[in-house]
Design a protein around this ligand. Structure first.
Ligand SMILES: [Zn+2]
Length: 394
């Protein structure tokens, strides 16, 4: 203990120590994780993408692309703790040659062998071209049980097998990779014509939406924009909606995180913000989900795939919407994945290969933007600039 006489000598050292501690908080990430999407694996020859002759779909090469990403995340000194797989892990082509189960098994094995870095999956439309929801839930549950997910990452409990054995399993979930960060996986096909029996109430609900928009009941013709205009092009059978029960659950989760000062990253297959992707890749009720985010202060970002192209939007509440490039159409001489680091004051997204990089400050954005803009930022069609004129087939 320094005497009063010597205190003056120690104060500068003490201040430097406190300053160093403060800087360390901002220097070191709280958690680092990997992101990849739209692997769309199939044991199928490469072929030109129907919607864009300049693109090739590397169905078998997708396996190597996953390995390339994990080799980076597993290099010595890496701090990557887990991976988010944003959906469409296998391609719908698998169903045509009876390869759905084998295809999923083959691609999941490429994630399971990296069990020191657990992968959290979210459901995409292509999974539901191959499996119904019960089959898919069961297969994902088996995969989750094979990998080493630390108990403390679940908040509070691991997935319950009974849920996944239900005829209508709940596919949305949460986990907490750090005490002050929660990750929420949305089920973007909760209300959908994919994965349900045609008598299921949610199939009927989705069918009514599509019939009202398209004016006919031809299932295959719901998979194009047809005569739909503007933001209505999102009403296709490759997209879906977040149902009311899920919205209530989301609201409760965000309320809980607000109360304990926890930040939240939400992820799902389909885009939420019209400026982040082609409008044909938007969630049917994206406005409801964004409004739920805006009731709280905890959401910092929403991550999605589906569009196969990088996209970014920042809303008036400081929430970032990032659409990640897909793996399927990535040439073998490059790559498409991201490493994300969450700090107290920012989110750093390091894009690899064709993926973009972002540095996103987390503090003060809401206050800054709130000065000039109204709380309701659900833009109308006429207020938005279409982010892409490329037709997207996902
Ligand atoms: Zn998709």
């Amino acid at each position: 203990m320094p005497s009063a006489k010597n205190l003056g000598k120690f104060l500068p050292l003490f201040r430097r120590f406190i300053f160093t501690m403060d800087m360390q908080v901002f220097k070191d990430p709280i958690v680092t994780f990997g992101v990849l999407t739209d692997v769309q694996y199939a044991d199928h020859d490469d072929r030109i993408a129907d919607y864009d002759p300049s693109k090739t779909r590397y169905y078998r090469g997708a396996l190597e692309q996953v390995d390339v990403a994990f080799r980076f995340w597993e290099r010595p000194g890496s701090k990557v703790k887990f991976v988010l797989q944003l959906g469409d892990i296998i391609d719908g082509l698998n169903r045509y040659h009876g390869g759905s189960h084998l295809g999923l098994q083959q691609i999941l094995a490429h994630f399971e062998k990296h069990s020191s870095i657990p992968t959290f999956h979210t459901v995409g439309n292509h999974e539901l071209y191959n499996f119904n929801r019960k089959e898919l839930a069961s297969l994902f549950y088996e995969s989750v049980m094979k990998i080493n997910i630390p108990q403390e990452m679940f908040c509070p409990v691991k997935p319950i097998k009974e849920n996944y054995a239900k005829s209508s399993p709940i596919l949305y979930y949460k986990f907490c990779p750090a005490p002050d960060l929660k990750c929420i996986s949305l089920d973007c096909f909760d209300v959908s014509v994919l994965g349900y029996d045609s008598q299921h109430p949610k199939y009927q609900e989705a069918k009514n939406v599509l019939v009202s928009k398209h004016g006919h009941e031809v299932f295959d013709d719901w998979d194009c924009s047809g005569s739909l205009q503007g933001l209505d092009v999102r009403f296709q059978q490759m997209n879906g909606a977040v149902g009311q029960e899920q919205l209530v659950w989301l609201e409760q989760e965000l309320k809980e995180s607000d109360e304990i000062g926890q930040k939240v990253i939400v992820f799902g297959h389909v885009s939420l913000h019209p400026d982040s992707s082609d409008w044909s890749c938007l969630l049917w009720n994206y406005e409801e989900v964004i409004k739920t985010f805006h009731l709280h202060n905890c959401v910092i970002a929403y991550f999605s795939g589906h569009t196969h192209q990088s996209g970014y939007a920042l809303d008036t509440h400081g929430i970032s919407y990032i659409a990640f490039a897909g793996i399927l159409e990535t040439p073998p001489d490059t790559s498409a994945f991201a490493t994300v680091s969450y700090y107290h004051d920012r989110l750093e997204v390091q894009g690899h290969g064709i993926e973009n990089s972002y540095s996103i400050p987390l503090q003060g954005l809401k206050d800054k933007n709130a000065e000039n803009e109204s709380d309701d930022n659900t833009a109308t069609d006429s207020e938005l600039v279409h982010p892409s004129t490329i037709k997207v087939e996902v």
